[in-house]
Design a protein. Sequence first.
Length: 339
Amino acid sequence: MRLSQRILRTPKVLITGGGGQLGPGLARLLREQYGHENVVLSDVRKPNNPEAYNGPWKYADVTDYKGLEQIIVEQDIDWVFNFAALLSAVSEAMPELAYNVNVGGCKNILDLAKVHNLRVFIPSTIGAYGPASKLTHPDGVPDIDIQRCTSFYGVHKVFVENLGENYLRKFGVDFRCLRYPGIISADTEPGGGTTDYAVDIYKKAVKGENYTCYLKPDSTLPMMHVDDCLRATAEFMKASEELLNIARPGNRCYNISAMCFNPALVHDSIKTHFPQFQVDYKIDPVRQAIADSWPRRFDDRNAREVWGWDHEYDLGRLTEYMIQNLGGSTATESKKASL
Ligand SMILES: NC(=O)c1ccc[n+]([C@@H]2O[C@H](COP(=O)([O-])OP(=O)(O)OC[C@H]3O[C@@H](n4cnc5c(N)ncnc54)[C@H](O)[C@@H]3O)[C@@H](O)[C@H]2O)c1
Ligand SMILES: C[C@@H](O)[C@H](N)C(=O)O
């Protein structure tokens, strides 16, 4: 009964925390697939992106259960993508608020999913693993590993991964979760994470300025182009409940991976287009400690085998994309222009 209802109609979607780095792009993608009126974008801050004006926009605070419930009922929501969060560096600076949003907000969403029969997507992160994982699995941390995190953000995410899977087992809530790498986008700002340097470095290069990096040159982390991340999210959310239940019963948290790099490698990649571009280093101890505790590589073979995940962007393609979309010219374009 529940399943057939979900299959028969176009889902009505709510994106919470939708005014950040990832929400606007997800809304754009889902509106192309399900129709503009069927995707409600929401946040606690005023609309700050063009997508907010391309369809319904609501104020929604994930720590306010009743307020969320009102939107879910009035808008007849079927699927929720909960993007509301405080990222790793901000969570270290504001741990109480971070707990309320990252844990309390997700608990509200899961409770509402139980009451109103929702499919729920809550992203997790490479930050859901602690220092032991990268030592035990230097070639790629797998989906199932000991998760002893040393950042508040990581601790919150691990709790929500486990709570979501327990709501699946005990109450049948259709909870889904992908552990994202650091995400790189050209048209939206990163929200205060440890991986933000990988966006900022391109902005400086395109402006013709040098960059001072807060992570060490060899701090390797898993990274991903935003289009790969959002496509994975949309595809995973569409995968049938039967497929996911049969493949890995009770288990709904998948790693996804595309590339791994560090500041020195991005610098080299940018220099193939801007040979004069310089990077120096002024280490931020808080973000460096977080980066040091995270996996350098991610093993995402379950996502690839079970529901067909694959990435499109590697570092070379990412660099070309960032330069073009931030208004610069790649080496090939500059060469053509000079002929
Ligand atoms: N961007 C990445 O590199 C990355 C990597 C791994 C996981 N993730 C996860 O993806 C999700 C989206 O990340 P993002 O980069 O867009 O984050 P972001 O920080 O850019 O945006 C988060 C949004 O949440 C909103 N918000 C804060 N408190 C809220 C509240 N009480 N109620 C509703 N909204 C609230 C903020 O206003 C902000 O617009 C998060 O769960 C994050 O942990 C992101
Ligand atoms: C990796 C991810 O969770 C986020 N970009 C952060 O650095 O906090």
